[in-house]
Design a protein around this ligand. Structure first.
Ligand SMILES: [Zn+2]
Length: 127
């Protein structure tokens, strides 16, 4: 049996909350498949979102930065990446950090900022 870590459950919780709220805000949003994982390699960017119209969408989160982030920074980061995916699902393409993405962030009542504010000084790759 696969047991999830506390960190994995935390990410899953933010994703579930975000999807729930975005479905309320945008009833036209159809169900979609998403997987995510922690990357030991990301030391500057907090996360990456891959919108894959023909496949399963994917979010990577920086493992080293996650550990330095506060709960509110973690939640912001997950919702930021989720909005990139939902932007693509709704519009057939992603707008980057454009207005369609910002509007989804606003629907979640989170600041539509491009960059995280997690400290990156002396962060090392974890491999
Ligand atoms: Zn972004």
């Amino acid at each position: 049996m696969e047991t999830k870590t506390a960190e994995e459950r935390e990410v899953d919780g933010y994703l579930a909350e975000g999807v729930f709220l975005l479905q309320l805000a945008r009833p036209e949003l159809r169900p979609f498949s998403l997987v995510w994982d922690f990357s030991p390699l990301l030391t500057r960017t907090g996360g990456l979102a891959a919108y894959r119209p023909a496949g399963v969408h994917h979010i990577e989160l920086s493992a080293p930065l996650w550990r330095r982030a506060s709960p509110s920074e973690r939640r912001w980061l997950v919702l930021h990446e989720l909005c990139h995916i939902v932007d693509g699902v709704l519009h057939g393409r992603t707008s980057g950090h454009g207005e369609p993405w910002k509007n989804l962030m606003r629907a979640l009542r989170v600041e539509p900022r491009r960059c995280h504010r997690i400290g990156t000084k002396d962060v090392k790759r974890e491999i």
